[in-house]
Design a protein around this ligand. Structure first.
Ligand code: SAM
Ligand code: SF4
Length: 327
């Protein structure tokens, strides 16, 4: 369907849990966040029902995210349920990769179309520091397992930080050079803990990479369905992308809404506004009522975020951590 500004909304990011086995410094506090009791999290049937109604409104692609989606037991089963819904064309996953190796076969056999693995550094010590205890080796094993599946689209997502040395990013894009995955740099957004960190711009990272790999050419072909802009370096098998929500705002072409693990439908990452679908589901609402509420929420999607305006503290704006919204 189209929202009030004529944008086609056909993509829903579905958070399946607010829990995570890592504690990335810009995403979660060291002690973690108070966990939402399991009964407050949508069941697989409830998620599938919302996605089915969403498909009736034009949602065609679903991304499973979290928290760490693979930390939720039975995730491949949910993936299969969503893949089986009429009009849902693609179900993809964003994960930190550390639990991916064990689950990749089941995910693929349930219809996984693509996977994004978040890896912010190729230095094991720095990875442990940034994730507060995570194992880069496990994440890379997960990435390798995914890259080994014929035809599966695999991307690596990295949120570069000001404090991290250039060498980390030079090493990371070797994954694209060798053809293991497209590597994308995501600009730090002032959401949750992210407000305390300074990221690095597309121009900055690109200049660093060009010193080592030569001149980057803009890639005009289409990769994925999102807002990433890609470049190609000489001799590289895959591409390097940039998602720069703050410095190169792409809200005019935004195609997405989000469903939190507690069943809150959010039309924009930065705003607190949305609709409590869980209350409707559990209050006995019929499909038509839920459909109308979803339609109104999607229609009312705000024109753009306010990151650059620096209005992060307003009451209308989102105050939750990224792991609770579903990044
Ligand atoms: N745990 C999974 C993972 O790490 O991929 C899925 C959830 S995580 C919230 C999704 C993505 O959001 C990760 O790539 C993470 O780096 C990114 N992220 C978290 N906080 C962010 C922030 N403040 N700005 C930009 N990206 C952020
Ligand atoms: Fe967990 Fe992903 Fe947040 Fe890291 S970015 S703490 S892996 S949810």
């Amino acid at each position: 369907m189209k929202d009030q500004f004529g944008r086609t909304i056909d993509y829903m990011r579905v958070s399946v849990t607010d829990r995570c086995n890592l504690r990335c410094v810009y995403c979660m506090p060291a002690e973690g966040i108070p966990s939402v009791p399991h009964q407050q999290i949508l069941s697989f049937d409830e998620i599938a029902r919302i996605c089915r109604i969403g498909a009736g409104l034009g949602i065609r692609r679903i991304k499973l995210t979290g928290g760490e989606p693979l930390a939720r037991r039975g995730l491949p089963e949910l993936l299969g349920m969503l893949k089986g819904l009429p009009d849902i064309e693609q179900v993809t996953l964003t994960t930190n990769g550390t639990l991916l190796k064990e689950q990749i076969n089941e995910l693929v056999s349930n219809g996984l179309d693509a996977v994004n693995v978040s890896i912010d550094t190729m230095d094991p010590c720095r990875y442990r520091e940034m994730t507060r205890g995570g194992s880069l080796e496990k994440a890379l094993e997960g990435l390798d397992a995914a890259a080994g599946v014929p035809g599966l689209s695999v991307k690596v997502n990295c949120v570069p930080l000001k404090e991290t040395g250039d060498e980390d990013y030079i090493r990371l894009v070797l994954l694209a050079k060798e053809g293991k995955a497209d590597v994308r740099f995501i600009e730090m957004m002032p959401i949750g803990m992210g407000k305390n960190f300074e990221g690095r711009s597309r121009e900055d990272i690109c200049a660093v990479l060009e010193k080592t790999y030569g001149k980057a050419e803009w890639y005009t072909g289409r990769i994925g369905n999102g807002p990433a802009e890609y470049v190609h370096f000489p001799g590289f098998v895959k591409h390097v992308g940039f998602i720069s929500a703050v410095s190169h705002q792409f809200c005019g072409g935004c195609n997405r809404v989000r469903l939190t693990s507690e069943g809150y439908l959010k039309p924009c990452l930065q705003y607190g506004a949305g609709t409590d679908l869980r209350a409707l589901l559990r209050g006995g609402a019929g499909d038509e009522k839920i459909r109308m509420e979803m339609k109104e929420t999607i229609y009312a999607k705000p024109a753009h975020h306010l990151f650059r305006e620096g209005r992060h503290a307003e009451e209308t704006l989102e105050t939750k951590e990224m792991s609770r919204i579903g990044g």
